[in-house]
Design a protein around this ligand. Structure first.
Ligand SMILES: *Cc1c(COP(=O)(O)O)cnc(C)c1O
Length: 385
């Protein structure tokens, strides 16, 4: 590898003061231990407890939504959000092909079918212009429903995903949803704390999903949440994620086949402590972006991806955009061998065996970005601010 990339490697090691730099590690230096100790000494470790209520309230307050409902992981959050939004078996759901597989899996668990849409290089997320042109060419309206002309299935919803924390063009997507009677459900698993025109991602959809997996901007070990402004959605997801049990002092009465998806109090305790520190994590990540931007000025054939217009990103994972002439795998091999953990963006869903038969449009931008996007170490650096 050339001198420029070698210099970048030594700069990153110096920045992190480590010879092996992970992609993203949890930072657990706040009240995590205090709150977890409190769960254990009080005995409230399971799915009922003050931290569950407190984390739900604080999350809703922070993101500016009416309701947050905690669940066991982000995939379950998305599945429940989609179910509450009315997605049923044999429906189709528009979503990016360039996403983590959980977005497509959540749709599949409901018996529905992902319908893949290309992305734009402006946001790394769904391309509203391309989506609308595609809708006009390949669908028809019937009884107020959008129908796929090729197979007569109902297209029920659109699930944008805010890649690495960068918001998609939400206003445009809201307009399209309104115009074609689609429900907007945000996969905001990566974008807690990111703003679109001053409003939090996750507050635009009928319902949205967050993830608190170990690698996300805040973690509860494992966990997720559904955000919504709709009281009936909030009530319904709380009900079905607690086995759809009707409240009664002793009787076991369940009014549908529900799920055991509630987050335990012990995980919510970690979440409360992490959320207290989220503003600092975001500040640190945004400073890290500035530092990387400086370092990358000296490397040819690559640029740092920056937040889209009108947005403020949480910069969850720092993102390099390579020129077409640069060999992605050669860079990945070099960085990883040198102790700088780096990863490519996900293999697009339409290229995976399990999803290759799903309906989709032309994937030019998705396939180009797949060859050109890599993530580099992004853990917030304590003491940077
Ligand atoms: C992490 C993630 C999820 C799923 O979250 P889990 O908590 O791991 O189930 C869903 N979608 C995207 C885009 C993610 O990055």
């Amino acid at each position: 590898m050339n001198k420029q990339w070698s210099k970048l490697v030594s700069d990153i090691k110096e920045l992190y003061e480590k010879s092996n730099v992970p992609l993203h590690e949890p930072t657990l230096q706040g009240n995590e231990l205090n709150y977890v100790s409190d769960c254990i000494t009080s005995g409230w470790v399971s799915s009922v407890g003050q931290y569950v209520n407190q984390f739900e309230e604080k999350l809703a307050e922070y993101t500016g939504v009416q309701y947050a409902v905690l669940v066991v992981n982000g995939t379950a959050a998305l599945q429940m959000a989609l179910k509450a939004a009315g997605v049923q078996a044999n429906d189709e759901v528009f979503m990016p092909s360039l996403t983590f597989i959980a977005t497509a899996n959540a749709v599949s668990y409901l018996g529905a079918i992902p319908h893949f849409v290309d992305v734009t290089e402006k946001t790394l997320g769904l391309d509203p212009k391309k989506l609308e042109a595609y809708i006009l060419a390949h669908t028809r309206f019937e009884g107020g429903l959008l129908i796929n002309k090729n197979n007569n299935r109902v297209i029920r919803a659109v699930v944008p995903m805010h890649t690495f924390g960068h918001p998609v063009e939400l206003e445009e997507l809201q307009r399209i949803c309104h115009e074609y009677n689609l429900v907007l459900v945000e996969d905001a698993a990566e974008s807690l704390g990111s703003l679109y025109k001053g409003k939090h991602t996750g507050s635009f959809g009928k319902a949205s999903a967050l993830s608190f997996n170990g690698n996300k901007i805040i973690t509860t070990g494992g966990g997720g949440a559904i955000l919504t402004n709709d009281e009936s959605v909030a009530r319904y997801v709380k009900h079905i994620t607690t086995t759809a049990k009707l409240p009664h002092r002793w009787e076991y009465e369940h009014d549908e086949i529900g799920y055991n998806f509630r987050m335990p109090n012990i995980n919510a305790a970690i979440g409360c402590a992490q959320l207290e520190r989220l503003p600092y994590f975001i500040k640190q990540k945004r400073m890290l972006t500035n530092v990387y931007d400086q370092l990358l000025q000296r490397v040819d054939g690559v640029s740092l991806f920056k937040e889209p217009e009108h947005c403020e990103s949480n910069y969850w994972l720092q993102t390099l955009l390579l020129d077409e002439s640069v060999d992605r795998d050669e860079i990945l091999l070099f960085l990883n061998e040198q102790g700088i953990m780096s990863r490519p963006i996900w293999k697009p869903m339409h290229l995976l065996n399990v999803y290759k038969e799903c309906p989709r449009m032309d994937m030019r931008v998705t396939e180009s970005l797949n060859r050109r996007v890599i993530n580099i170490p992004s853990t917030p650096i304590e003491g940077m601010i």
